[in-house]
Design a protein around this ligand. Structure first.
Ligand SMILES: [Ca+2]
Ligand SMILES: [Ca+2]
Ligand SMILES: [Ca+2]
Length: 299
């Protein structure tokens, strides 16, 4: 009997120990998950700092789409070819999209008065507009951002760069650009409106081109926008005005090359795994921005 009690006690002890170990493992798993979530929080990366500095409260992150850009880096627009140019500034690490509903005052302070003066570098940030620069309109803006693995050089004499936000502007997939063989991984496929931030070392300047795909070719469009380069961050501000859909699906792209586009001397990245994946969706709810605090020069 005594022997049986002892054996029962041992069994209970084993069960209690097992339960304790399981609980401890669960806590470890929860901690690991929490760590991953914290690493992924936008406020922990430059992307998050940038928008918190000027525009947003912590709560507003609920109205962003935000992704860690994992998977294949540095590919060519022909999937079978290996991209040989592997620059950190052509590897997207994080990307996100939001819609800002900005007051006239906020628009004026941000773009027209201005925290982001066109063609100037202020606090290390360069702002670029299409060549026919106009005041940014009030109302909703698409805000599309990518954080790269290295700083975008503002004056690289050796490489060409294209950072782009490409949209299906009308939600009609039948009029989108389709890739042409052999460029099965063309970065712009499945879209019809292209905001292209280009660095050309021969011309020594950054330019923002906006163009439509008309079914035959890309046609320059008189559409307003701004692109901002801030270290390893590229942000597009795109007025929604005139779009057939207020929440167009989009892709962001980064590409570097030496002028020849040869696979061994080029390479880049897109949001999602590769350019054949579906476009990204924007959140339905706009983030209201009534006032913009310019803390950039206050330090
Ligand atoms: Ca990447
Ligand atoms: Ca379309
Ligand atoms: Ca990618």
């Amino acid at each position: 009997m005594r022997h049986r009690t002892l054996s029962l006690s041992l069994t209970v002890l084993v069960i209690v120990l097992a339960a304790l170990i399981a609980a401890s493992c669960n806590r470890a798993a929860e901690t690991a998950q929490a760590d991953v979530a914290r690493e992924a929080a936008p406020s922990e990366v430059h992307f998050g700092e940038f928008f918190a500095q000027f525009f947003m409260d912590e709560d507003d992150w609920a109205n962003w789409t935000y992704h860690e850009n994992e998977g294949l880096n540095w590919f060519h627009s022909i999937s079978a070819r290996t991209a040989g140019l592997r620059l950190p500034c052509a590897d997207i690490m994080y990307d996100g999209g939001a819609v800002f509903n900005m007051s006239p005052l906020a628009i004026r302070t941000t773009f027209n008065f201005t925290i982001f003066p066109v063609g100037e570098v202020v606090d290390g940030r360069l702002t670029v507009a299409p060549s026919k620069v106009e005041a940014m309109p009030k109302g909703e803006l698409l805000v599309l951002a990518m954080e790269l693995d290295g700083e975008v050089p503002l004056n690289d004499p050796d490489h060409f760069y294209t950072y782009a936000a490409v949209l299906d502007s009308d939600g009609d997939s039948t009029n989108n650009f389709q890739y042409m063989d052999p460029y099965d991984w063309d970065y712009f496929q499945g879209t019809d409106l292209w905001y292209q931030l280009d660095w050309n070392p021969m011309m020594g300047e950054w330019q923002l081109y906006v163009s439509w795909w008309n079914g035959q070719s890309a046609v320059e469009a008189s559409i307003n926008a701004r692109a901002v380069i801030d270290g390893n961050l590229v942000v597009f501000f795109i007025p929604v005005e005139g779009f057939k859909t207020a929440r167009p699906d989009y892709r962001l792209t980064a590409f570097a090359h030496d002028g020849t586009y040869a696979p061994e001397a080029s390479g880049g990245d897109v949001t999602g795994d590769d350019p054949t994946q579906p476009l990204l969706e924007l959140p339905q709810t706009a983030i209201v921005v009534d006032e913009v605090e310019d803390t950039s020069t206050a330090e």
